[in-house]
Design a protein around this ligand. Structure first.
Ligand code: XBP
Ligand code: MG
Length: 239
């Protein structure tokens, strides 16, 4: 087996909860869309925290129908409603409802400056990442990230390794030369299953969880807002 690279050649970012605290906006978009479709579902924060155990909006809606309401899942209806939810979410992002989490802008700028390849491995869909980039980085997605792997492009969403494996193959890099940055246990499991090292900075909805197997745990990436900072965290974790 190849030695784990001391020098990083790639950084792969999760989106929701990692680049920005997006989940309150997702929750709002879900609830507004349910109301617009005449459905009396109203996901409060406590319920949403539980529902976040299922990654992917469509999968989350299906799990809610099946496990919380005891109803038969109608995948076509879910896909229709979720499409509207995505449009509503994007409109809210474009209105300026999100900001990057501390340290993210500095980290991205430093990694780009050092010629390190940047990837995205997310459960959400490409339009949501495009709007986040344009609203928060004031740049096009492809001008920031060299490779993007999104949830609907792979057979299994996180915690399965699929989306990280796709990001690695699109970056043209080996797992041992990269690090994944995550906010959640499902994301951590996905990254580790793909053979990556993973640094976790829990987001607001996830802050009470445990992160067994994380190579480092930080409150925010402002603690290590540079490539050298990430490498230092990994060295400390491996010691
Ligand atoms: C994030 C998610 C996403 C969002 C909603 O997981 O699970 O599903 O909550 O996104 P991760 P969509 O950060 O681990 O990738 O509704 O667009 O699916
Ligand atoms: Mg996340």
């Amino acid at each position: 087996m190849k030695a784990v690279g001391a020098t990083l050649r790639g950084v792969i970012f999760d989106v929701d909860g990692t680049l920005a605290e997006t989940e309150e906006l997702h929750r709002r978009a879900f609830n507004e869309t349910f109301a617009a479709h005449g459905v009396n579902w109203d996901w409060d924060q406590a319920l949403y925290r539980v529902l976040l155990g299922v990654t992917g909006g469509k999968e989350r809606m299906a799990a809610y129908m099946r496990d919380h309401l005891g109803e038969t899942v109608d995948a076509e209806w879910i896909a229709r409603v979720h499409k509207d939810k995505t449009e509503r979410y994007n409109a809210l992002v474009n209105e300026g409802a999100l900001t990057l989490r501390p340290g993210i802008a500095e980290l991205v700028a430093d990694a780009r400056d050092k010629g390190v390849r940047l990837g995205v491995a997310t459960t959400t869909s490409r339009p949501n990442i495009e709007s986040l980039c344009s609203a928060c980085f004031k740049a096009a997605l492809d001008d920031i990230f060299d490779a993007v792997a999104a949830g609907d492009e792979v057979p299994e969403k996180k915690p399965a390794p699929d989306v990280y494996e796709l990001a690695l193959s699109r970056l043209g890099l080996e797992a041992e030369d990269c690090v994944a940055l995550e906010d959640s246990c499902n994301g951590l499991l996905s990254a580790k299953a793909a053979g990556l090292r993973c640094i976790v900075s829990p987001s607001v909805y996830i802050s009470d969880d445990d992160f067994p197997g994380a190579d480092a745990l930080v409150e925010s990436f402002a603690e290590a807002p540079s490539l050298a900072g990430l490498e230092g965290l990994l060295r400390k974790g491996a010691a």
